[in-house]
Design a protein around this ligand. Structure first.
Ligand code: SF4
Ligand code: SF4
Length: 214
């Protein structure tokens, strides 16, 4: 899930400084799950906007705002309310914001900061486990990602700073490579330690990513 959080009200106020009428857009997927841009948050945003003297012309919660066609379709369904607005205030991740900006000529203002691809520990508690590097080595690292979980993103075992299984960058946190080693040992495998891993081919994450599933 894409983890996002709302920008501060001060920052939002600056962004809407010269905008009096706003149309609100939320997302029923990730932004709803992490309580940054679901129905409830859109409603609260509306209340806040009214309290600071703005008019809300309408709102929509798109099923998945990152779905470009769906975003365009939902905006067309609210054409009049969108037209009345000076700007669209979009409470989705950056991908959703760009679905909206590619579907409307209106000024689009993002109300959220997009943080990372997150695993859910429990509601409101998320952990970054994968950095979408495009060349996954989990099969050789006992299912623990060193690219994301090692503070230095090391690919060939721990740095010299590891101490009693804890990370040099934060002694409260387990060293990813210590975890990988222990788990491989339990599985009686050598995994990634059987070879020298070449430097990561970051070209695989070339931006902007485009992918077609055949
Ligand atoms: S190696 Fe790590 S960052 Fe790369 S795809 Fe696998 S889990 Fe994600
Ligand atoms: S101590 Fe371990 S997790 Fe921390 S930076 Fe070094 S190798 Fe990475």
């Amino acid at each position: 899930m894409i983890i996002s959080e709302q920008k501060s009200r001060e920052e939002l106020l600056e962004s809407i400084e010269d905008k009096n009428r706003l149309f609100l857009v939320g997302c029923a997927a990730c932004a709803t799950a992490c309580k940054s841009g679901g129905e409830e948050e859109v409603f609260r945003m509306q209340e806040w906007l009214i309290s600071v003297g703005r008019e809300v012309t309408g709102s929509v919660i798109i099923d998945e705002a990152c779905h470009i066609m769906r975003a365009g379709r939902d905006l067309r369904r609210h054409r009049d309310q969108v037209e009345e607005a000076d700007a669209l205030l979009v409470m989705t991740c950056g991908a959703g914001i760009q679905s909206i900006s590619s579907s409307s000529e209106k000024r689009v203002i993002g109300a959220l900061d997009t943080l990372f691809l997150g695993n859910i520990r429990r509601l409101g508690q998320y952990e970054e486990k994968c950095s979408l590097c495009g060349e996954c080595i989990l099969n050789e690292t006992a299912g623990i990602c060193p690219v994301t979980n090692c503070a230095k993103g090391l690919l060939n075992g721990p740095c010299g700073g590891m101490e009693e299984g804890k990370c040099e960058a934060n002694r409260e946190i387990d060293c990813a490579w210590s975890l990988i080693f222990d788990r491989l040992e339990k599985q009686q495998r050598r995994g990634v330690f059987a070879r020298r891993v070449p430097p990561k081919n970051w070209g695989k994450t070339g931006k902007p990513g485009r992918h077609k599933i055949r």
